[in-house]
Design a protein around this ligand. Structure first.
Ligand code: FES
Ligand code: FES
Length: 160
């Protein structure tokens, strides 16, 4: 059965017809071609499919597309600056070597964005906890933590 939903995706209002059994992840990737959001485990364990819904990190593989009706959704495609350049978080992931195969990276960047929106001065342990829903098989995590800490430092210094 198909159902029409209305939501905001990366700042743009959208009306989309979805299957009532379809996940938000499938809607984003297959109907809207927003393929930056990745499918890893498909069961809510790895965070590769993370998106922001009304500012909170949600695993889109276990969130039904119909639940997105009326919601404000940001995918990794909506994280870069308006001119298309990388956000400070994305740039620090690159600069600190926190990206290897890159499959987990969109989800990590989404979770980091949500974390720093809620807490602009997290400790290393708070960063660990904030990113605990995201798995990476390549980086060993230290460089990811370094990238987030560097972003926090840069934002703190820019306020002085
Ligand atoms: S693909 Fe959604 S949590 Fe792993
Ligand atoms: S960079 Fe490969 S899974 Fe994280």
């Amino acid at each position: 059965m198909l159902k029409k939903i209305n939501c905001i995706i990366n700042g743009e209002p959208k009306e989309i017809e979805v299957d009532v059994r379809e996940s938000l992840l499938d809607m984003l990737r297959n109907r809207l071609h927003l393929t930056g959001t990745k499918q890893g485990c498909g069961v809510g364990e790895c965070g590769a499919c993370a998106v922001l819904i009304d500012g909170n990190t949600i695993d889109s593989c276990i969130y039904m597309a119909v639940w997105a009706d009326g919601k404000n959704i940001t995918t990794i495609e909506g994280i870069s600056k308006p001119d298309g350049s990388l956000s400070d978080i994305q740039q620090n992931y690159v600069d600190k070597g926190a990206v290897q195969c890159g499959f987990c990276t969109p989800g990590f960047v989404i979770s980091t964005t949500a974390l720093l929106n809620k807490n602009d001065d997290p400790s290393r342990d708070e960063i660990r906890r904030g990113l605990s829903g995201n798995l990476c098989r390549c980086t060993g995590y230290q460089k990811i933590l370094d990238a987030v800490e560097t972003t926090v430092e840069q934002r703190r210094n820019s306020k002085k």
